[in-house]
Design a protein around this ligand. Structure first.
Ligand code: NAD
Length: 292
């Protein structure tokens, strides 16, 4: 069984990016500049944004953090978006989700200049991805594609079962793996909460992408011998033996599934670090105008 080590891969890509940034500096070019908008005090959102800013510092990008209070109005947030769109020094930016309930996420997403949409959530980028054109890929699916590619996982002609149909993970994953390309060329089944018999679908899968949000939902008896398993889930479960009082587990029961899998991502240390890394790769593309 191969452990698909996202943490290690992320470190390797960080080193590659550092070298590329140094080359930009040596050529007298500006370094990539990422901005992040954080609304409110959600601890998970703060941690995610903190990781992104730290990564920027490590690779030598410039970063700007814009923090707003939970009671910011939608109009005020849209004003910030307009400023970020117009700021020529900023190559790309993200608006950390979720936003407070009184703000319509779709309206905010549409207001982001798609050329700076390094999260890859804007319909322009999503549509271009579906058409097989160059685009910013959403960070988590892009990170998964990077794992598959760098570990030389053969996807050609394989049957892939994606569990979960969210706009940020399951649906784009199903598109990317069914597209012509490497990784790609899979026959994809996209399953979700209304799928009749998930176990029967999973037992036919050469590659499983689990993005559900239910702790250890996928058990050992739901996986075919030799399957490649990508666990996107990040779930907190109580653990009184830890100081924090909780531990992180995926959507896959790792101890049961890993002996049957030919390759599997751990949680933590699998897809999570690669999501931040993919955002940084997108930001580099934004700075060097690779996409637009
Ligand atoms: P979501 O809540 O938007 O979507 C969950 C999907 O799971 C839905 O499409 C739903 O149909 C499906 N689902 C729910 N119950 C199901 C069931 N019983 N059987 C089959 N399908 C079912 O979730 P999301 O944003 O895609 O996130 C999924 C998980 O991945 C969460 O644990 C989240 O924290 C994690 N996540 C991790 C990263 C990362 O960087 N590693 C990034 C994004 C999300």
């Amino acid at each position: 069984m191969i452990l698909l080590d996202g943490k290690k891969l992320s470190g390797e890509i960080r080193d590659e990016l550092k070298i590329k940034v140094d080359l930009l500096k040596a050529a007298g070019s500006k370094v990539p500049h990422l901005a992040a908008v954080l609304v409110g005090e959600n601890p998970a959102s703060k941690a995610y944004v903190g990781n992104k800013i730290r990564f920027c510092e490590e690779v030598g990008y410039k970063s700007t953090l814009i923090s707003a209070s939970t009671d910011i109005t939608q109009t005020e947030l849209l004003d910030i978006i307009i400023q970020l769109n117009e700021d020529e020094d900023i190559d790309g930016y993200i608006v950390q989700l979720p936003l407070p309930k009184h703000i319509d996420e779709a309206t905010i997403n549409l207001a982001i200049d798609h050329r700076k949409d390094v999260d890859g959530f804007h319909p322009m980028n999503f549509g271009r991805m579906a058409e097989g054109m160059t685009s910013y890929l959403p960070a988590t699916p892009a990170g998964i594609m990077e794992i598959l590619s760098r570990y030389n996982i053969d996807t050609d002609g394989k049957h892939c079962v994606v569990v979960g149909r969210s706009n940020i993970v399951g649906t784009p994953m199903s598109i990317l793996l069914s597209r012509k390309g490497n990784p790609g060329n899979c026959t994809v089944t996209l399953t979700h909460s209304r799928t009749k018999d998930i176990k029967a679908e999973l037992l036919r899968a050469d590659i499983v992408i689990a993005a559900i949000g239910i702790p250890e939902f996928i058990k050992g008896d739901m996986i075919k011998e030799g399957a490649v398993v990508i666990d996107v889930g990040i779930n907190r479960v109580e653990d009184s033996s830890r100081k924090s009082g909780y531990k992180l587990v995926g959507d896959v029961a790792f101890d049961e599934v890993s002996p049957k899998a030919s390759a599997i991502t751990p949680v933590p240390g699998g897809v999570g670090p690669m999501t931040v890394t993919a955002l940084m790769l997108n930001t580099f593309k934004a700075a060097t105008k690779e996409i637009y």
